[in-house]
Design a protein around this ligand. Structure first.
Ligand code: HEM
Length: 528
């Protein structure tokens, strides 16, 4: 926004610069009256301005993100500490953005809610997306995370089913807790995430006062090609962390359903810049048989007493977008977008995600989405890729022979870059299988998380689960109570009691999944 107060109605001086034109650059002298045969019409087909205006309007929308459709974004800067905790960062990674203390890298962050559409309330119980694009000197790095540190599932094959179950019913177009818990009660690995989501941690007060996490396990690679496993976490600095009770969220939603977008926008406009510290947890790159979980399992936390949070830098968001569509809607983040010194782990969910993001963006934004200013690296881009809809420049290097759009070539084309360190070359020796990981341990950490909550958080969790599960079939309730009981006997007992108090034990078996047989509660949108 150019105006300090962001007021779009503030009058601007007349000048040649603000004369209206069409997209061909023709000045528009009459934007109120279509050219017609006489003042009463009919309208003629040669009205270029009318046709351009209406046909552009007809195409103003692009497909919304299939998940995380509602979002808000801001620009800022990441400043490296040059160390990881007390050690030099180069011991673990050669990624240039982290090396020197005080080194600044521009960033763009998009926050989001996950399940509902582009203008849905920002008060809903849902994970929050926290996607950061670092425009580094070595090209872009995207850290595509959420506010919570874990996820519902660990195998990417389950993701489309999970999203279908959580999104509105294909028949009624309303979200249903019965469909949600139907899926979750047959996916025990979701018990830990459900414990967070139905607690106050499932409704962050806004986008500034929440944490972020990469969730998946990545690798850091040093100059020798040695790797460690890492998890990334964003910790809010001055603004702190704040979550909402369901009652508080409902009160906000009654008068304002854009509160998180506006909170971020106004904080930045008034110079109250939100800041987060980027921390990593580090583990040696092996299977860690001593742990009761697999380090590559995104449904698990890495215990902080064994794997402490080590600060590596600080991010400040200090500039609002100038146009929502250009920057926030067209922004495209993906887990495949890493720079030298950062690598993937074998986390299956991460690998499934890595296919999905650029695939959907070639459809959602278009095959040349990386040429848009919000997505283009601020470093040099030189490729032999060209063509496709909406290309507006060639990725040509200065001095490159314009006849050569292939590699290798002896005629002055692009050359491979020199290696910046030894390759990290993990060794594999295993059968190709379809199998779960061995240490699933679906309930242990769910119980620890339940016990770690403060009393008011636990009370809220129980009350939220009770009212949501009361709308579900009895067999779904029973499976969920079974999971909660395996996590912690008190947890299971209290949820069962809360369902009874919410009237849930009156539901007959066999209703619900088929809406024609459901009772009136079966398909109401729940609080999620
Ligand atoms: C957005 C797929 C898991 C965080 C998206 C989008 C897709 C997708 C297709 C829309 C992207 C776009 O239109 O630009 C998947 C798949 C997953 C998965 C297939 C699992 C197999 C996760 C997990 C997290 C996450 C575990 C959290 C760490 C996000 C975020 C966005 C997003 C933050 C919004 C990015 C933005 O602001 O543009 N995901 N996702 N996703 N996903 Fe995932």
């Amino acid at each position: 926004m150019t105006e300090a107060n962001g007021n779009p109605n503030q009058s601007r001086p007349e000048s040649a610069e603000n004369t209206l034109t069409n997209r061909q650059g023709h000045p528009i002298t009459d934007n109120q009256n279509t050219r017609t045969v006489g003042s009463r019409g009919p309208t003629t087909m040669e009205n270029y301005h009318l046709l351009e205006k209406i046909s552009h309007f007809d195409r103003e929308r692009i497909p919304e993100r299939v998940v995380h459709a509602r979002g808000a974004g801001a620009h800022g800067v990441f400043e490296a500490y040059g160390k990881v905790g007390e050690e030099p960062v180069s011991k673990y990674t050669r990624a240039k953005l982290f090396q020197e203390a005080g080194k600044q890298t521009p960033v763009f962050v998009r926050f989001s809610t996950v399940i509902h559409g582009g203008h849905s309330p920002e008060t809903l119980r849902d994970p929050r997306g926290f996607a950061t694009k670092f425009y580094t000197e070595d090209g872009n790095w995207d850290l595509v995370g959420n506010n919570l540190k874990i996820f519902f599932i660990r195998d990417p094959l389950k993701f489309p089913d999970m999203v279908h179950a959580f999104k509105p019913d294909p028949l009624t177009n309303a979200q249903s807790m019965e469909r949600f818990f139907d899926f979750v009660s047959l996916s025990p690995e979701a018990t830990h995430m459900v414990t967070f989501i139905f607690s106050p941690w499932g409704i962050p007060a806004n986008y500034r006062q929440m944490q972020g996490s990469g969730v998946n396990t990545y690798k850091w690679v040093n100059a020798e090609g040695d790797a460690v496993l890492v998890k990334y976490h964003w910790e809010p600095l001055g603004q702190g962390i704040k979550n909402l009770l369901q009652k508080e969220a409902s009160e906000i939603q009654a008068t304002e359903f854009n509160h998180a977008t506006l909170d971020l926008y106004h904080a930045i406009e008034r110079g109250d810049y939100p800041e987060w510290e980027l921390c990593v947890q580090i583990m040696s790159d092996d299977e860690h048989p001593e742990l009761d979980f697999d380090p590559l399992d995104p449904t698990k936390l890495w215990p902080v007493d064994q794997f402490p949070f080590l600060p590596v830098g600080k991010m400040t968001l200090n500039r609002n977008p100038e146009d929502y569509f250009t920057e926030v809607e067209q922004a495209a983040f993906g887990t495949g977008v890493l720079v030298d010194g950062l690598d993937f782990s074998d986390d299956k969910l991460l690998q499934g995600r890595t296919f999905s993001y650029s695939d959907t963006q070639r459809y959602r934004v278009g095959s040349n989405y990386l040429q848009l200013p919000i997505n283009a690296p601020k470093s040099r881009v030189a490729t032999n890729q060209s063509g496709g809809q909406m290309q507006y420049k060639v990725d040509r290097a200065p001095g490159q022979n314009p006849h050569v759009n292939y590699e290798p070539s002896s005629l002055g084309g692009l050359k491979e870059a020199p290696k910046s360190g030894k390759e990290h070359e993990p060794h594999y020796d295993a059968k190709l299988v379809r199998q779960k990981i061995e240490r699933t341990n679906d309930f242990g950490q769910a119980g620890e998380t339940y016990r770690s909550f403060e009393d008011w958080e636990r009370d809220e969790l129980i009350s939220n689960l009770g009212s949501a599960l009361a709308t579900c079939r009895a067999d779904i309730q029973e499976r969920m109570i079974g999971y909660f009981t395996q996590a912690d006997a008190d947890y299971g007992r209290r949820v069962a009691e809360a369902i009874r108090q919410a009237g849930g034990d009156t539901k007959p078996q066999g209703t619900g999944a088929d809406p024609s047989k459901a009772d009136s509660k079966g398909h109401e949108a729940g609080p999620y």
